[in-house]
Design a protein around this ligand. Structure first.
Ligand code: F6R
Length: 246
C-alpha cells in the first residue's frame, strides 16, 4: 500500500484528481470504479471543472459504482444513482449507458447483486477503483465482520454507518437498512485502488487499515494485500499513524 500524506483536504482532492485525470488521458476507455460519500464530492467537482476547462473527456469511460441502497429507485433523491447523476454524470460527457450502479428497487436484491458482479467481470474488470473509508473501517458497504473473500451481495448496514449517513436523509429512520455492495474480493480484483480519507474522525480507521492486522474487523485492511493500492490522507486522517507515510 502506498500512503501519501498531504497538508489538507483540498490537497487530497487535487492529488486524486491528478491521478484520475492522468488515468483517463492515458486510457480513454478506462473502466472506473466510483464511490459516493462526502469525501468524493469535491473530487467530482474538480473532475467536472477539468472536463469543462481542460477538455478532459469521459466519453470513453465505463463506470461501476461500489454500492446502492436497497429499496431506493434510481431516481430517488437519496439514491446513490441520483447523486452520481447530479454530481458527475450529467455534468460530463460520460455516456449514460456506460454508467452502472446496482439497482436498489428490484424484487430480488441478491439476484441483482450477482448480476452486477457478472456485469463487472463481463466488462473486463475495473481498472481503477475509487474508495472512501467509513469511521468503522468499511469500504463500499462491507461492514466490520465482512468476509475478505466476499463478492457483490446484500449487506446489512451497521448502526454506525446509518448514523453517519443520516445527514442525507430526513431522519435516521429513513436511512435504508440494507445495501447492495461490491464485496471485498470484488474490490481487490480492481487493477488499481485509490482510497481517499480526510479529517480526524477517520484517523482510527485509517491506522487500522494501514498498520493494523489484516482482519475482517477493519475491512479496509484487506487493501494491504492489494499490489497497487494508493491511499491519500490529509493530516487529520493520518494523525494516528505510528510510522508515517510508507
Ligand atoms: C460510498 C461508500 C462508502 C464511503 C464511506 C466514506 O459509496 O462506499 O464506503 O466511501 O462511507 O464516506 P464519507 O466520504 O461520506 O465519509
Amino acid at each position: 500500500m502506498k500512503t501519501l500524506i498531504v497538508p489538507d483536504a483540498q490537497a487530497v482532492t487535487l492529488l486524486a484528481a491528478d491521478i484520475l485525470s492522468e488515468a483517463i488521458w492515458t486510457q480513454p476507455n478506462l473502466v472506473l470504479g466510483l464511490a459516493t460519500g462526502s469525501t468524493m464530492m469535491p473530487l467530482y467537482t474538480e473532475i467536472v471543472r477539468r472536463h469543462h476547462e481542460d477538455g478532459l473527456s469521459l466519453a470513453g469511460v465505463t463506470s461501476f459504482n461500489l454500492d446502492e441502497y436497497v429499496g431506493l429507485a434510481p431516481n430517488h433523491p437519496c439514491s446513490y444513482h441520483q447523486t452520481m447523476v447530479e454530481v458527475l454524470f450529467k455534468q460530463t460527457d460520460i455516456r449514460p449507458e456506460a454508467t452502472h450502479l446496482p439497482r436498489g428497487n428490484v424484487s430480488n436484491p441478491s439476484t441483482e447483486a450477482q448480476r452486477y458482479e457478472e456485469l463487472i467481470t463481463g466488462s473486463g474488470g475495473i481498472d481503477l477503483q475509487l474508495l472512501g473509508i467509513g469511521v468503522n473501517g468499511h469500504i463500499g458497504f462491507n461492514e466490520p465482520g465482512s468476509s475478505l473473500s466476499s463478492r457483490t451481495r446484500v449487506e446489512m448496514l451497521s448502526e454506525a454507518t446509518r448514523h453517519s449517513n443520516r445527514q442525507f436523509f430526513t431522519s435516521e429512520n429513513a436511512v435504508p437498512r440494507y445495501a447492495i455492495t461490491m464485496g471485498i474480493a470484488t474490490i481487490l480484483e480492481a487493477r488499481a485502488c485509490l482510497l481517499l480519507a480526510t479529517g480526524k474522525a477517520k484517523a482510527k480507521a485509517v491506522a487500522a487499515m494501514i498498520e493494523g492486522p489484516l482482519s475482517a474487523t477493519c475491512p479496509a485492511s484487506a487493501l494491504q494485500m492489494h499490489p497497487n493500492a494508493t491511499v491519500i490522507l490529509d493530516q487529520g486522517a493520518a494523525s494516528k499513524l505510528q510510522h508515517g507515510a510508507g
